[in-house]
Write a protein that binds this ligand. Sequence first.
Ligand code: ACM
Length: 510
Amino acid sequence: MPAQRSALALVPRPTKSTVRPGLFTLDAGTALHIGAGAEPAADLLRTLLAPATGLPLPSSPEGQFTLTLDPGLAGLGEEGYGLTVAPHAVLLRAAHLTGLLRGIQTIRQLLPPQALSASPRPGFRWELPCVEITDLPRHPWRGAMLDVARHFQPVAYLRRYVDLLALHKIGVFHLHLTDDQGWRMPVSAYPKLTEIGGRRAESLVGPAGGDVYDGVPHGGSYTRAELAGLVGYAAARGVTVMPEIEMPGHVRAALAAYPGLGNRPDRTLDVWTRWGVCDTVLGVHDEVLDFCRTVLHEVMDVFPSPYLHIGGEECPTSEWTDSAAARERALAQGLSSPAALHGWFLGRMGDFLVRHGRRPVAWAETGAELPLDFTVMTWRDAAHTLTAARRGHPVVSAYHRATYLDYAQSQDPGEPPAQPGDVVDLRAVHDHDPVPEGAERSAAERVSGTQAQLWTEFVRTPEQIEYLTYPRLCALADRAWSGATDWADFRTRLDAHTARLDALGVTYHP
Ligand code: ACM
């Protein structure tokens, strides 16, 4: 009974599902009965099913397939939904549109995997197994970060990336837009950010510390229209694009474009061609604060995301110690040392975002160094999640040993080049509970969820991105949505789910 098997093989696993006898067949006669406000969900269903099925799915008040907003399901939250498939009717209900969008991904997974194909599959019977599903996520923050600064990807690929996130009910696409090696977002007041900062002369071959370069220039940047279009495309799939603009470290590309933003304006710098932590950082004079606010203004114009990420990690403070201007600034602000300018700087920018109705996000180095307005991403040590949550921060667990997809997936010497040091295998990702052991209730409630990170020093192509991302992101999505801890059950569902990835042409790790 293939239909029944697929009902049990959803990734992520639904909160509650019951399989019933029978099938509902979508065919040329199937019409959609669309409740008020549910039209965007119907549009998404048609968009997703059209390429393979060619089904028109017209609207009709007599339609057997109902999509409706139902305030009675408010208890399921922003993303929860109820789905009933019976032999002659389908009913998808949610209190909010996002819930309907999540339910549509479930419907997609309930169909034969060929329904996910990008090319027409005539002659298939598009059957849904009869089920009763009630589903809502354990964690609201289920994200994936893609670094397009180290290696640029065209926006057409970012759209596909979003499609794959949506399939797995991942709701946050964290777009890492700037770093030492490239600046990818245009800012109208500072055109050289992309003209100069968007291109580097060559790239280090192999990990940080080596001295072999490829001799191949690398560059690229998005237009404002491309980014705005991506935001709309993602929103239609229930995905929020959260941009990240790094400061006050990881800014070498910006300093190459505008040396006056640094601590030694007399010096010309290249867009960095190495990997690792660069010791050139932003200065702390007024011009720099104005620059950052202008950049963030434009970022807010393009990205409606309530959350904006301003980096904050790996910021060596030796340039500030060596700079008379920075030492004066520290003194004037009553700081104990130039190193304390790091927290001061991020605090100023966090305040700016809060005043504009946004929520600042930063990487947490220790879990204890940022103003409480910040949502923090704890990445270095699993213990930092608890430290930050106990301090009162909303926390997203980005613990590197469970969520960094730039580490190899196995010890196999045939694995592609990866961040050296650790192996993050599929099981490590699925085993990772974003809520740390020992968290009391108040701290546990501050853990919003988790997300995957793909830093791209060693990752140049979409095929490589998907090899590293899948199936590990399936595991993260499963754990974060359903809280499912049963590894064997996940593996069984994943075996069926790979047929969906195959239909989508995903070059996943076997
Ligand atoms: C990081 O890994 N740079 C947050």
